[in-house]
Design a protein around this ligand. Structure first.
Ligand SMILES: NC(=O)c1ccc[n+]([C@@H]2O[C@H](COP(=O)([O-])OP(=O)(O)OC[C@H]3O[C@@H](n4cnc5c(N)ncnc54)[C@H](OP(=O)(O)O)[C@@H]3O)[C@@H](O)[C@H]2O)c1
Length: 185
């Protein structure tokens, strides 16, 4: 099976994450050091810098961002929207708008700000809500060769119904993805 095609800027709502092989997008205390040393295909970073019009995140993710660090190592400059039930105690930051509204309204605001490019959703909790509302266009993942065993899951919905997916790209949309790893020595 081939790698994904380069991302395109089509005004999509993307649930976009680097994820451990066992489905975590952050460690138990929001650690992200498990991504250190991982290589990606040439140009991947730039793909997202150019196709992303706006970012929608959750308050926990924002509060954990080091010194208000911006996505893509600062290479991307665009509007960031952070959903929170208590925007009044958020630390203001340039280019960041704290929203206290429903997830559908947050998407409407984010897409309007994205100006025809994609809205990236950087929050597991908000992505789950948007899936239920059928407002996610694509789930875009970069699988990191590590098993974390604990942390914040991409999709945490105990007792929920399975969410069926179709693979984007050529070929059978129901095809399983085969990967093969060995423990690193
Ligand atoms: N692996 C990757 O590529 C990647 C990318 C981005 C982020 N991350 C990580 O992902 C983790 C995300 O953390 P998380 O899952 O704990 O939290 P989160 O999704 O970032 O934030 C959850 C918070 O968002 C707010 N929220 C969610 N839905 C809301 C709604 N409908 N209305 C109002 N507010 C709403 C609430 O904040 P209030 O409690 O303030 O109301 C909620 O507590 C972070 O560790 C971050 O570093 C990983």
């Amino acid at each position: 099976m081939s790698d994904t095609a380069p991302q395109t800027a089509d005004g999509k709502v993307l649930w976009h994450f680097a994820m451990s092989l066992d489905g975590f997008v952050a460690g138990p205390d929001h650690e992200m050091d498990w991504m250190t040393g991982v290589s990606v295909r040439p140009g991947l970073h730039e793909e997202y810098v150019t196709t992303t019009g706006a970012i929608l995140g959750g308050r926990n993710g924002w509060d954990q961002a080091i010194d208000g660090g911006r996505p893509y190592g600062g290479a991307w400059q665009g509007p960031i929207f952070v959903l929170t039930h208590h925007p009044e105690d958020a630390t203001p930051a340039a280019g960041v708008t704290f929203l206290n509204c429903g997830p559908a309204e947050a998407v409407r605001i984010g897409l309007a700000a994205a100006g025809g490019k994609n809205l990236e959703v950087f929050s597991p909790a908000i992505g789950r809500q948007l899936l239920e509302l059928r407002l996610i266009d694509e789930i875009d993942l970069h699988i990191v060769p590590v098993l974390l065993g604990d942390g914040i899951r991409l999709y945490d919905n105990p007792g929920g119904e399975p969410v069926r997916l179709h693979r984007v790209g050529d070929g059978d949309p129901m095809a399983a993805v085969n990967v093969r790893y060995r423990p690193a020595t």
